[in-house]
Design a protein around this ligand. Structure first.
Ligand code: KDO
Length: 331
């Protein structure tokens, strides 16, 4: 008798589970941490495209301005279960896996479309697998951050940046990992490691001479208020990956996994198009704010930067043939 009731109860419960929609408290919470602001195109895309697409089974909880996890510590937080999502960089991944420095190397990626082609190419499979297996992080999609340029406090009359030699002695803020610092040196500057959220004050007080970021970031973070020029070096067509906890992924049904994957790709595409448009339109905005925006000798910068990487420890970590495959996917 007891057994009968138990069976009936069990059946009733499992039927209820099949027919009752997931309650809010049953949903997975996806905490996302980033140093970016809530008005950055990548975070807007995640909040407006990704979040609604997964809302049936997941609640997206973004934390901006590195308010939850410090910049460059997000991957460890995901690995240890303290975070579910971030917008990570190749430079951050290179802290764990040297070979990721290939995607953080100056003048390798040529455009937003090239980034997508590289990310979706089989050449990326061993990179993605390593991050998944060894860090417990899935790289879902590539987000476009933009073309990084040199943005200085000095006016062009005070410092005209045409070649790497013109950056000699410039304390250029770069993010704090080795791959970033190497790029700063390769540009000809003195790189100063510093978190993104400290840049504005450092520029304001003069504790650094400049910083490098794409134009949409120069505007979103208001660096234009405390700088006078942008030399359009385009030294890095920069990207971020949407990073997702593998432990959470494994708890999702195949249908939910497909929704998460599609939502990430759709958010990345939406953010990419908006960021590309902003890069175009913000030149005029920055000029109207009184900044000098000009193109230096790009050949001189490209050749100097590439020469620094040849034979470097970073280059030694790149799997054979990958640089050639990346180049072949470009224009
Ligand atoms: C930065 O610190 O300069 C950087 O642009 C590096 C990127 O990888 C990324 O972390 C970005 O900051 C933040 O998302 C803020 O835009």
């Amino acid at each position: 008798m007891t057994i009968k009731i138990t069976r009936r109860v069990a059946l009733a419960l499992s039927l209820a589970a099949l027919t009752t929609p997931a309650r809010a408290q049953d949903k997975i919470t996806l905490r996302m941490s980033t140093p970016a602001s809530e008005t950055d195109q990548r975070t807007i895309a995640l909040a407006s495209v990704f979040a609604p697409a997964v809302a049936d089974f997941a609640t997206y909880v973004p934390h901006y301005n590195a308010s939850l996890i410090a910049q460059n510590a997000e991957l460890e937080a995901i690995a240890s279960g303290d975070l579910e999502m971030s917008i990570t960089s190749a430079q951050e991944l290179a802290q764990f896996f040297n070979e990721f420095s290939i995607f953080a190397t100056g003048y390798v990626h040529q455009s937003a479309a090239h980034q997508v082609a590289v990310f979706n190419d089989p050449l990326m499979d061993p990179f993605k697998k390593k991050v998944e297996d060894e860090l417990g992080v899935k790289l879902l999609a590539v987000m476009y951050l933009g073309r990084r340029h040199v943005n200085l406090r000095q006016s062009r009359a005070e410092r005209n940046v045409m070649t790497p030699a013109d950056l000699a002695g410039v304390n250029l803020r770069m993010p704090g990992t080795d791959a970033w610092q190497f790029l700063g040196r390769a540009l000809g500057a003195n790189p100063t490691p510093m978190a993104f959220t400290e840049i504005y004050t450092a520029l304001q007080t003069g504790s650094v001479d400049g910083q490098d970021n794409p134009l949409p970031t120069v505007v979103d973070a208001k660096f234009f208020e405390v700088t006078k020029q942008v030399a359009l070096t385009s030294h890095l067509v920069d990207l971020n990956y949407i990073a997702f906890s593998k432990a959470v992924w494994d708890k999702l049904t195949p249908a939910q996994q497909a929704v998460v994957q599609q939502a990430a790709e759709a958010a990345a595409e939406s953010g990419r198009q908006k960021q590309l448009a902003k890069e175009e339109e913000l030149v005029a905005f920055l000029q109207a704010q009184g900044l000098d925006i000009y193109e230096p000798n790009l050949k001189a910068f490209r050749e100097h930067v590439q020469a620094q990487y040849i034979g470097s420890d970073f280059a030694k970590s790149w799997p054979a043939g990958v640089l050639e495959k990346i180049n072949a996917l470009g224009n």
